[in-house]
Structure formats: C-alpha cells, structure tokens
Write a protein that binds this ligand. Structure first.
Ligand code: AHR
Length: 499
C-alpha cells in the first residue's frame, strides 16, 4: 500500500507545547505504595523512593506529572499528608486505606529525582477554596505565615514554586465526592481560582471539564464552567479512556478519528465562549487524563477492601493499545493551537506505562509512544494532508489507513514525522513530501510493530512490544518510510533545506 503525507512549513498549528507529554500519578492501587514509594526495599533510596521507577520515569521525558488524583483528590486533605503526624484515612474513591506516609513533600522529592514538575490538583469536592489557597501558600510562599512556616519546619526551606494547578477533578461525575451541578462547581472553582491566585499570581489554573463524551452533560458542563470562570483560568480539562471491549481491532485503531472530533468539540466551544464574551483572553485545553482502559474496571478495581496499596486497575497493555496511544499524541500535536497540556493516565502500576514487582520494573507497550514522541517532537506542528487508502470498520467509515503528525524545528531545519499504519494486513510505503523544502537527510527511524495486536510485554519476555530500528530513504527530494502492518514509526532528524 502507498500513502503520501503532504507538508508545507508555512502551514502549521504553531509551537508544540512540551507539556502535552506529561503524566498522571494518583493515590490508587499500587501506584504510590509498592510503586513509586517502597521504604525498606533494596531498590529504594533512604527516602523510600524506588530508584528503578525513577529511572524508568525519567525515560518518559514528562515535563509535568499531575498528582494526587483523580477521584482520590476529591476526598483528600493534603494537611494529613505533611509533617510528622501522619493520619491514615479511608479513601472514599477506591475504598483503600491511605496511610498518608507519602504526601506533598515526598511527591516534590520524587519530581526532583525524576526531573519533572508537579501539577497539583486541589480538592474541590469535600474541601474548598481556603484549603486550596493554603496549599498554594504551603508550596509557593516564603512568608512568616502558618503554612509557609510549616513547609520550612518540614524540611523544605525554599518554596516549591508549583506552577500548574487543577481546580478539582471530574466534578461533573456523580461518582465524584462532592459532585454538584455545573453552575455550583463553576462558582466554587472561580472562588478557589481567585483565592489561589491572590496567594500566588504566577500560577496557571485548569478548570475541571467533562470527564468524557459518555457523560450526559458533555460540553454543556464545559460551557457553563467556561462562561463563569473564563477570566480566571488558563485551561479547561478533557478526559478520555479508549476501549476495545468489542474486540474489533480495525475499529479500535480508528480511535484517532474520535480523538480529533473531541478536540474539534472543544475548539468550537472555546471559540464560542470567547466570541460571546468578546474576550481577548485565551483558554486552552488540558487533556489531563487519556489512555486505553477497559479490562480492569469494576469489582476489586473499585473496591480495595480498605487495604494499603491493593492491586487495582493493573491493566495489561498490548500492541494495539500502543498504536492507539500514538494516535492520541499525534492528535495533540496536530492541534498544537488548542492542546497545551496532556497527561498519560497513568504512569505506575495503575493503568500504567510501568509495572513494578518487589525486584524490578516492566515497561508496558504504551511506555514507548510517549517516550519516543517526547524525545522527538520539537518546534512547530506541521499540518499534514494525508492521501491514503481508506477503510470502514464498526461505526467508522472512510478511515485513512495512515495516521500522521509532524514537527519542524525552524532553527535547525530538521523535521520529524509520527506515523501509524492501521492496516492489519499490509505494510505502507509513506512518501513525505514538503512543498517548500527538499529532504536532504532521511534521519533515524524507530518502529514498533508485530503480527499480533494482542501481543504484550511480560516479565518473561519484556521487549515483545518495543522499538527497533526502521528504514527511510531520500528519493529525489522526498522521504520514503516503510511502516509495517499494525505498526508505528517515529522518524527523527529529517534534514531539510529550502527549495
Ligand atoms: O485514572 C483513573 C480514574 O479515571 C481517575 O481517578 C478519574 O479521574 C478517572 O475517572
């Protein structure tokens, strides 16, 4: 099969914000306890941080990690998780015991070790604006006031300077502690935003948007929140978890089409509210939970039976999941004008890129798309026009076999391409043609592919789904890359010069 990706460097969606390669870590299952934090384990340092996990996380190249939830945050009191007196509590969201031995200060140490920045969510479920503002004080002020003093007494002399803050989590969901109708949440979020920014005017704020298209109030919730909070926020959040519950791989691999249409929904809504308000302020999208998740739901996954660090949401990921994750990232790149933050949900043990045992870590298939894209996508997002054969599957018609995004570094003249071949049967030879530049160097190709969409990494065979070298060539002034069936390719360092 043959396809063409047409590019022109003048036709771009603006700079790619590196924050779209962020992650999400929640107090849930074995994510914290037995995951990132395991005091006494030979692999942990004196602070209890698992060093093999730190190393694996560093390889993802995440600029930010969202924390501590998720549903968890909506009944979490951050004050129980700092200082010498840690109080365990029953976590309403996942029915587990939260020992509170890992809290804000431990997370800051972990971020430092990984080389990432914290993105903190505040509890707007059972707590409110004043507790949220107190957390901003704890993290960001150096005053002679209660919570800044407490941070210093707890060993952190300098403020943490936390830049990104989420105003609650999925407050549209009836499952969320403190769920209220949109107008009530919007007022609470606006009050919290004003108080928090009053404490630190430099912070950036994300209002909680819809938890997904499946929710009856999808977009209506977001419209209300945007209308009330517009001047007080920089972002509204979106979440999505993809599913192949019907075991239809061709339909599942069309997921990128749905993600594009969700981004269209938000682009239209944000433009609408901006227009109604005749505002010069901009609000962007923070897609701060995205992944595949459908196997480990219900049962033990919702009920941790009040254990500390129970096994929950320990989803095993396969090749087709990695190809869907690649499509999420390409969709975010294509809409660089809209999506400024995105977080893979999640990163350790719980619907995660990395699993732990007491003696080591396993990189799941979905680890690699994020690691490869974050290391490669630099500069502006080129808007690709794809000419490729198309197919129908499930509810989807006319799906191109090739999903593509591309970046261009205006300083070096180097481009990169991100390609997925949705075909189960045929490889595709993709011609990458610039209308305004000649390709002079094919760069380096990394491929992930396989014969079995359900193939997964295991402790016995940990590299079943992992990158290997691929091949690209310059034919005349055009780059040609072969992408195997059920495959993805990341082509980095494509040398170009003006035509
Ligand atoms: O990531 C798992 C859960 O999914 C989060 O806690 C919640 O925000 C979402 O529904």
């Amino acid at each position: 099969m043959e396809a063409i990706v047409h590019l022109d460097t003048a036709y771009n969606a603006g700079p790619i914000d590196p924050r779209i390669f962020s992650g999400f870590l929640e107090h849930l299952g074995r994510s914290i306890y037995g995951g990132v934090y395991d005091p006494g384990n030979a692999l942990s340092d004196e602070a209890g941080l698992r060093q093999d996990v730190v190393q694996a996380m560093s390889g993802l190249g995440m600029p930010y990690v969202r924390y501590p939830g998720g549903n968890f945050v909506s009944n979490y009191d951050w004050r129980d998780g700092v200082g010498p007196d840690r109080k365990p509590f029953p976590d309403f969201a996942w029915r587990a015991t939260e020992p509170n031995t890992f809290g804000t200060d431990e997370f800051m140490k972990w971020c430092n070790a990984v080389g990432t920045e914290p993105m903190l969510a505040v509890n707007l479920g059972t707590l409110g604006p004043s507790e949220a503002a107190a957390l901003v004080e704890y993290c960001n002020l150096n005053t002679e006031t209660q919570w800044a003093q407490a941070r210093r007494a707890n060993g952190a002399d300098s403020p943490y300077g936390v830049k990104m803050w989420c105003l609650g989590n999925e407050m549209d969901g009836p499952w969320q502690a403190g769920h209220v109708p949109a107008d009530q949440y919007a007022l609470k979020a606006r009050n919290a935003a004003r108080l928090m920014r009053g404490i630190d005017p430099t912070i950036e704020l994300v209002a909680a948007g819809s938890s997904g298209r499946q929710v009856a109030t999808y977009l209506e919730w977001d419209r209300t929140v945007l209308e009330v909070c517009w001047d007080d926020i920089e972002f509204i959040s979106a979440h999505r978890y993809s599913s192949n519950i019907e075991n239809n791989t061709p339909a599942f691999l069309a997921e990128g089409v749905i993600i594009d249409s969700i981004l269209d929904d938000y682009a239209g809504l944000i433009a609408y509210v901006k227009g109604v308000k005749q505002s010069s302020h901009d609000v962007y999208l923070s897609f701060d939970e995205w992944n595949v998740w459908y196997r480990e739901r219900g049962g033990k996954n919702r009920d941790g039976q009040w254990k500390v660090g129970p096994e929950q949401l320990d989803e095993v990921y396969n090749l087709e999941d990695a190809l869907v994750c690649a499509q999420y990232l390409s969709a975010f790149i294509r809409r660089a004008d809209l999506v400024k933050v995105a977080c893979l949900a999640q990163i350790v043990n719980v619907i995660a890129a990395v699993m732990t045992s007491p003696t080591g870590t396993l990189k799941q298939s979905i680890y690699y798309p994020l690691a490869m894209y974050s290391a490669t996508a630099k500069g502006v997002s080129l808007t690709p026009v794809v000419t490729a054969p198309r197919y129908d599957a499930g509810d989807h018609n006319d799906v191109p076999y090739v999903d593509a995004s591309a970046s261009f570094d205006q300083e070096t003249g180097e481009a990169a391409a991100f390609l997925v071949n949705r075909s189960l049967d045929e490889s595709v030879s993709v011609r990458i043609e610039f209308s305004d530049r000649d390709v002079i160097d094919p760069g380096t190709v990394q491929i992930i592919s396989g014969d079995d969409p359900m193939a997964a990494n295991t402790w016995e065979a940990p590299e079943t789904v992992s990158p290997r070298a691929g091949h690209a060539q310059v034919d005349g002034r055009v780059l040609t890359v072969d992408v195997p069936r059920l495959g993805m390719a990341v082509v980095s360092g494509i040398g170009t010069q003006p035509r």
